[in-house]
Write a protein that binds this ligand. Structure first.
Ligand SMILES: [Zn+2]
Ligand SMILES: [Zn+2]
Length: 520
């Protein structure tokens, strides 16, 4: 049986627990970096440690500290980075909303102890050192796995040792890189991580001791610089999807109440809505958002007696579908949903993905997964179009002689969201089998107009979508390079779940030996 305590150098031990736990020993006394399951604590006598004085947590994730829940009190002081009380302190968590309803967006953290931890001192601060016996313990902000994560620097013998938590993994990679996604769209976590790694890479490091994987003793600085380069590439591919394409917005006629007329039979209203007019006097509503219903009413009024009889949506996000119930109640409109969009909406309490509407929505009729569907004089070409999220469809309709491709939240011009393609693990925003596949469909259909959500409609050009395809390949490589296993499926997408998995059990990865507790 492998020894529980592996001696790294005199005075430094490693326990390979649910995370790496490091014990720094001075005679009978010791401190620990991270705690893991704590299954090693009662055996410290084996290495001659009688007193564990302090436990320093690099960050709040469950694998760092779950064992600390097991006892009411411990004979050591637990230290955590300042700010981590937002994730660790039960009372603070409730106030700050760290127990966020993740279905209203992405959670602030993907790894939080359900019941939190008491008796933690939040005194780990960058540039504020801590004296223990004759040692000066230093802290350096290395965010990424949360906004407050810190590295801990301790001299042992002649060596300067850096305990970097999950800021770095061997080979210039990152353990569970999806933790950098502090929200579903921005690069704020990536940039913060890059800054932290640049700070670390500037130091003279003899041993770099991460929370997962092997200790890095060969050229740690070179590997940190490689990681910093990869993080900056990740920032770049998330920030902007392609370059040098004009926006090419479509001219439209502003209506007095704020909506816009695109063509004789197509109108845009509010944030996400479109109204397709049939010569039968009926209307079909695309992507009804609750707050947009008021302006839709004014549009219907201006059209004089038009009645919405059908409603369709591009994807399940609440701002594209939570007006369905209004249309049903007020007009008896029927909801026609793509099977992939209908799945998470059918039971929102079972679905473990962001931006769900508050209440479940059922389809009156399901669309085909791909193929044709007819409403009055209009033929819809329907396809599963993953991109911003897996549960997304697109459809193309010939309207007043123009082929209009309704792309939901998938593609925008450069002045809006840098092109509108954002990989996000929790949203299951996929690249090669997501954005790329959908961009290929656009190229196949060669529409005249792309009608997106969020008040965006523009002329189609082939070059834009060819660039998006190149971007998707490149972005996929960039994320893959950050994955410890080199497998983007395992380490990144949907937090390692199957494509299209929506239940909690199938999505959340459980650190070995831990009941994974999600804040809710
Ligand atoms: Zn972590
Ligand atoms: Zn969306």
């Amino acid at each position: 049986m492998a020894q529980k305590f592996q001696k790294i150098i005199d005075g430094l031990w490693l326990v390979e627990d649910i995370c790496n736990v490091y014990i720094v020993q001075c005679n009978q006394r010791a401190v620990a970096i991270d705690f893991g399951s704590g299954n090693w604590f009662d055996d410290l006598g084996q290495i001659g440690v009688e007193y564990l004085d302090h436990v320093f947590l690099t960050h709040h994730h469950v694998d760092q500290c779950s064992g600390l829940q097991d006892r009411e009190s411990w004979p050591f002081t637990i230290h955590a980075p300042a700010g981590e009380e937002d994730f660790l302190d039960h009372s603070t968590m409730r106030q700050t909303g760290s127990f966020s309803r993740f279905d209203r967006g992405c959670p602030k953290s993907y790894s939080v102890l359900k019941d939190g931890l008491g008796n933690v001192v939040y005194d780990i601060r960058s540039h504020l050192d801590f004296l223990w016996l004759k040692k000066r313990i230093r802290f350096l902000a290395t965010p990424g796995h949360g906004p407050n994560a810190c590295s801990i620097i301790i001299d042992i013998g002649e060596k300067q040792i850096v305990f970097c938590g999950d800021a770095a993994y061997e080979g210039g990679t990152l353990w569970q890189p999806f933790h950098l996604e502090w929200d579903h769209y921005s690069t704020i976590g990536t940039i913060a991580a890059w800054q932290g790694i640049k700070r670390l890479a500037a130091m003279q490091i003899d041993l770099l001791c991460p929370s997962h994987g092997s200790i890095i003793d060969s050229q740690p600085n070179a590997k940190l610089n490689l990681l910093a380069e990869r993080l900056m590439k990740l920032h770049d591919v998330k920030q902007v999807n392609y370059t040098e394409e004009k926006d090419l917005y479509l001219d439209s006629e502003l209506l007095s109440f704020g909506g816009a007329k695109l063509f004789e039979h197509l109108y845009q209203f509010g944030q996400n809505g479109y109204l397709l007019l049939s010569s039968s006097g009926q209307a079909l509503i695309v992507d009804p958002f609750g707050p947009d219903m008021e302006i839709m009413e004014r549009l219907l009024g201006s059209l004089g007696g038009v009645k919405p009889t059908a409603v369709v949506v591009t994807h399940y996000h609440s701002d594209h579908c939570d007006g369905i119930e209004y249309l049903r109640q007020h007009y008896g409109a029927k909801a026609y949903l793509h099977p992939q969009v209908a799945r998470p909406l059918a039971n929102v309490n079972q679905s473990y993905i962001p931006w769900l509407p508050k209440v479940s929505i059922s389809a009156d009729e399901l669309w085909p997964n791909e193929g044709m569907w007819q409403w009055n004089e209009y033929n819809f070409q329907i396809d599963h179009c993953p991109g911003q999220t897996w549960w997304h469809c697109c459809f193309m309709i010939l309207i007043d002689g123009r082929k209009v491709f309704f792309s939901g939240d998938n593609f925008t011009p450069l002045s809006r969201y840098g092109g509108g393609c954002v990989p996000c693990s929790f949203n299951n925003g996929r690249l090669e089998d997501g954005y790329l596949k959908s961009a290929e469909l656009v190229l196949k259909y060669k529409p005249d107009v792309i009608a997106s959500g969020h008040w965006v409609y523009y002329h189609f050009t082939e070059s834009r979508f060819r660039k998006i395809i190149q971007w998707a390949h490149h972005a996929s490589d960039v994320i893959r390079q950050l994955c410890p296993t080199g497998d983007i499926e395992k380490d990144y997408y949907n937090m390692g779940a199957e494509p299209g998995a929506i239940t909690k059990e199938s999505i959340v990865r459980k650190p070995k030996g831990v009941t994974y507790l999600w804040a809710k």
